[in-house]
Design a protein around this ligand. Structure first.
Ligand SMILES: [Cu+2]
Length: 157
């Protein structure tokens, strides 16, 4: 009995850690695991990935992003009939109550442009998300390796 109880406790702890990680909550907004790839040299643009969850009761409208390091715009990559992937600017994104919007490689992302310097692995970049009907939320974007395809597991700030 003792051993079983211990194992159950451990798995519950793991689930909790996996479910949360880095998360900034404000009002009815939760922003999780913001990350980008390091740049080998100064790139024209760096795509930032994260998830935005609407924990409130009303629809949430994401309208933009900003960073002291450069310009930030909402983008979406769309593969055309010719197989070529093109980026389009997203003017806004509505997230229903309880829903999560995932910004991830080959989909929606936040494009950082006009950076004065390249981004090095393990540095962080402040990014503020703005909403039409909620307070802005600022997160620290983790710069992962040039080849990373997902965020590392970071503790809650
Ligand atoms: Cu883009």
């Amino acid at each position: 009995m003792r051993v079983l109880a211990g194992a159950a406790f451990l798995s519950a702890l793991c689930l909790t850690m996996g479910a949360h990680g880095y998360e900034v909550r404000k009002g009815g907004v939760a922003v999780q695991d913001p990350w980008t790839n390091a740049t080998l040299r100064l790139a024209a643009g760096n795509a930032v990935y994260l998830t935005v969850r609407n924990t409130g009761a009303a629809p949430l409208k994401l309208t933009g992003a900003s960073s002291p390091k450069g310009s930030a715009t909402l983008h979406e990559s769309i593969a055309g009939a010719d197989g070529v992937v093109r980026m389009m600017r997203l003017l806004s994104l509505e997230i229903a109550p309880g829903e999560t919007a995932a910004f991830k490689p080959e989909g929606m992302h936040i494009m950082l442009t006009g950076l004065a310097a390249g981004l090095r692995e393990n540095e962080t970049v402040p990014l503020t998300l703005t909403f039409e009907n909620a307070d802005a939320v600022t997160v620290e974007v983790m710069v992962e390796s040039t080849r990373a395809t997902k965020a590392r597991n970071r503790p809650n700030p």
